[in-house]
Write a protein that binds this ligand. Structure first.
Ligand SMILES: *Cc1c(COP(=O)(O)O)cnc(C)c1O
Length: 754
């Protein structure tokens, strides 16, 4: 396999006609003749951007200004200062890339030890032939590149290169089948040879097996376990949705009591149904922006959980049969959907050994273990104490925050002092949920996503995200300050921001009673806002849930942004959400700032929609002549008149009465013992399906629970709103929509009344 990684030379004489220039160009030519690409530069320019070349280069050759060094005595020469800074910038990101120093008359005597230690050698051009020096550099560069490859990716590239004929599936036989049809040709040309060559099935022995964790796959899982500081780590190629089900099926059996974050991902609710569990829920706070806050620490107290069990008829019944029964598992969404984190040590301490399996759904948090900013605010990591009895699981979507392909996920396990994971038993659950034909490109991306986070590179990447996220927030504040009294968007977060540099942890801890978060009383040091998750607040609603005269519903802003090439992660009523993953660039967030300014401009001038959102208007001509501000006012007016912020907050906090075990309600679905009930008739009926409004995409009602008044009111509001504002519909998964005489009617599948 041939990879392109040029040798980067930095020498201010690279294009000069002096001896130094002639020497370095002779070396460059010799390198090229040996088949190596060379990139020549005459200065570093911006040091830290130039240091980013480390990801593309196979080696650096740096020259130092001889004359200047010879002239200066005593104080360190400027050239040495620059060299040191550059070497530091490289080593901050990359511990291994070879760095050579080039100079004709200087020797190591002139270079301070702290720099020497980071170098792979000195080059004196006129002592050896350029060919000899070139080969030496190439050998070091190859050794470096070869050492980078983690086990599975290495095996896969070797396999692709071997060019063996396959008789096994998949049927496209390394892509050949596509070549037999014109549309297949297009597919082949688009995705390319390597993707198709390496799309193999699990009968290729040399690649190892994902399903029983052998060979190069197992070696890569061990490698990732080391990098993430876990005792065990399993790659999963069907997303964290599947990882969650694996953890649950390995732990929970029918009739077990389980403790679950009410704002969990739907895969956890699916797990509850599949495992036949009896859930009791921990209730998070919410503020009036619709942002989900933390579950208070007191909710984790065993007494509080016992009370919840007592209050649940099914749990009570289970306990009556078996008084020693303890909850089997506790699952927490670690990093809520808006970026609020929990101190895991405080949770462990509060729970004691009441529950012996803790599961942190860290779909949005695989980066945390690589930076001290997040210490204790994630499940498993370096120097984290082991529990006496409690096994800790974390499930992470490598594809959400790190560099995994879609569906790349992993399960991390920390053993307890007294109990180690029984890997064979665990694998029974793993097999239950894994396809027998896993996608090898996804396995390779799990491998690479982990290897990329190897120290020091991982820390550098996370630090970069933190710095960019803060620079974005600072830029937004600067715009606000310049606008004075005029309106602008706010980024949800603490009042105090450091002037420059990365985030300061103290600033981001949620303190009791602070007005900005609106979650009221909180335990000291229990929660942290992850700065790389940014909620942008639009005008119109304050943190107390009071509507302003004028307002800008977020759905309009995000539709506008989408037409201008900016796609956001999720949209609330008066807020939307973006993330600074390790893929963030300055260009990306600066574009967002300028697009928001464009929006403001168009809003202030009440530009007609045909002009500013032409694609939207093409599909919905009724808005053609409506002004942007007028549309905002109309929708804002409806939200205000219906006090929607309060309605949505209250419906999530309202009392959900469990009338059937979730698995029981679901089985009614399977047996078709259900009725399709119109939304006006829903009060007191028992839902057979999961009901999830978007935004925020958090399940509202789970199978077996009864509809209450607040929820029915919300559904009626959504129906009326959708009728008035097509194109801005609230999307509610679980509703059945039937069209009749041009009108939409909404139903929910409920359990038949017996
Ligand atoms: C996205 C998400 C999941 C599911 O992850 P996938 O990799 O998309 O399957 C699980 N839990 C939470 C909290 C999520 O946000």
């Amino acid at each position: 396999m041939k990879f392109r990684f040029p040798v980067v030379i930095i020498d201010e004489d690279f294009r000069s006609e002096n001896t130094s220039g002639i020497g370095i160009r002779a070396l460059a030519q010799a390198l090229e003749e040996e088949g190596m690409e060379v990139l020549g530069a005459t200065s570093y320019g911006d040091l830290s951007s130039f240091a980013q070349q480390q990801s593309r280069a196979s080696a650096f050759i740096l020259s130092i200004d001889d004359e200047e060094m010879a002239a200066e005595t005593g104080a360190e020469a400027e050239a040495v200062v620059a060299l040191r800074k550059f070497v530091e910038e490289i080593r901050f990101r990359n511990a291994d890339i070879p760095i050579f120093l080039y100079g004709e008359t200087r020797t190591s005597r002139h270079i301070p030890n702290d720099i020497l230690r980071e170098l792979h050698g000195f080059i004196h051009m006129f002592e050896d032939t350029p060919e000899f020096v070139a080969r030496y550099i190439i050998r070091e560069a190859r050794k470096y590149l070869d050492g980078l490859m983690p086990p599975f990716f290495r095996a896969l590239t070797h396999y692709a290169q071997d060019g063996s004929y396959s008789w096994h599936c998949p049927g496209h036989s390394g892509g050949v089948a596509f070549l037999k049809s014109p549309i297949g040709q297009m597919f082949h040309q688009f995705f390319g040879e390597n993707m198709l060559r390496t799309d193999v099935c699990n009968s290729v022995d040399e690649l190892g097996q994902l399903l029983d964790h052998t060979g190069p796959v197992a070696a890569s899982e061990r490698n990732a376990a080391r990098i993430f500081n876990a005792d065990h780590l399993f790659f999963v190629t069907n997303g964290t949705s599947t990882s969650n089900k694996m953890v649950w099926h390995a732990t929970v059996a029918p009739g077990d009591i389980v403790v679950v974050d009410r704002n969990c991902h739907k895969s956890i609710l699916h797990s509850i149904i599949m495992c036949g569990a009896i859930p009791v829920f921990l209730t998070p706070t919410r503020n009036h922006y619709g942002i989900i806050g933390p579950i208070p620490l007191s909710e984790f107290h065993p007494d509080s959980i016992r009370q919840k069990i007592e209050a649940n008829p099914f749990a009570r019944e289970a306990l009556a049969k078996n008084p020693d029964k303890k909850p089997r598992i506790l699952t927490l969404t670690q990093s809520t959907y808006d970026g609020v984190l929990y101190n895991v040590e405080k949770i462990k301490e509060t729970l004691g050994d009441f529950i012996d399996t803790l599961h942190f759904d860290e779909a949005w948090l695989p980066h945390a273990t690589f930076h001290d900013f997040y210490r204790e605010m994630h499940a498993i990591g370096r120097d984290r104490p082991r529990s006496q009895k409690t096994l800790v699981y974390a499930t992470q979507s490598t594809h959400k925050m790190l560099a995994g392909l879609s569906q790349a996920s992993q399960i991390l396990v920390q053993d307890s002092e007294e109990r180690q994971l029984d890997r064979h038993r665990f694998n029974e659950a793993y097999l239950m949920h894994t396809s027998t034909s896993p996608q090898y490109a996804i396995i390779a991306s799990c491998d690479i996503a982990a290897a990329m986070m190897e120290a020091p590179g991982g820390t550098a990447l996370v630090e970069e995200s933190l710095t960019e996220a803060l620079d974005f927030r600072r830029a937004m504040r600067k715009v606000d300050a310049e606008l004075g009294e005029d309106w602008w968007f706010q980024v949800w977060g603490p009042d105090h921001l450091s002037e420059d540099g990365p985030a300061e942890r103290e600033d981001w801890l949620l303190r009791s009673g602070d007005r900005w978060h609106g979650f009221g009383d909180l335990e000291e040091g229990f929660n942290l806002l992850d700065p790389i998750k940014a909620t942008i607040i639009t005008p119109g609603l304050n943190v107390d849930g009071e509507f302003a005269e004028q307002g800008i519903p977020a759905a309009i802003v995000t539709k506008y942004l989408a037409e201008h090439g900016v796609i956001v992660e999720k949209t609330g009523l008066y807020s939307f959400f973006i993330m600074f993953t390790i893929g963030i660039t300055k260009g990306r967030w600066n574009t967002l700032v300028t697009e928001l300014q464009q929006f403001k401009d168009d809003y202030d001038r009440n530009q007609p929609l045909w002009r500013v959102m032409p694609e939207f208007v093409a599909a919905r001509p009724q808005y053609e002549r409506v002004g942007l501000r007028d549309l905002c006012e109309q929708i804002h007016g409806i939200y205000r008149d219906n006090d929607v912020a309060r309605l949505t907050t209250e419906m999530y906090l309202s009392n959900m009465e469990p009338a059937l075990k979730p698995s029981k309600a679901y089985s009614k679905m399977a047996h078709r013992e259900i009725e399709r009930v119109a939304i006006d008739e829903l009060e007191n009926r028992i839902t057979a399906v999961l009901l999830t409004p978007y935004p925020p995409g958090i399940p509202l009602l789970i199978p077996g629970e009864r509809f209450n008044r607040t929820i029915v009111q919300y559904l009626q509001f959504a129906r009326d709103f959708n009728e008035r504002f097509p194109g801005f519909e609230a999307d509610i998964h679980g509703l059945v929509v039937e069209e009749n005489a041009g009108r939409k009617h909404y139903f929910v599948d409920c359990v038949q009344n017996s």
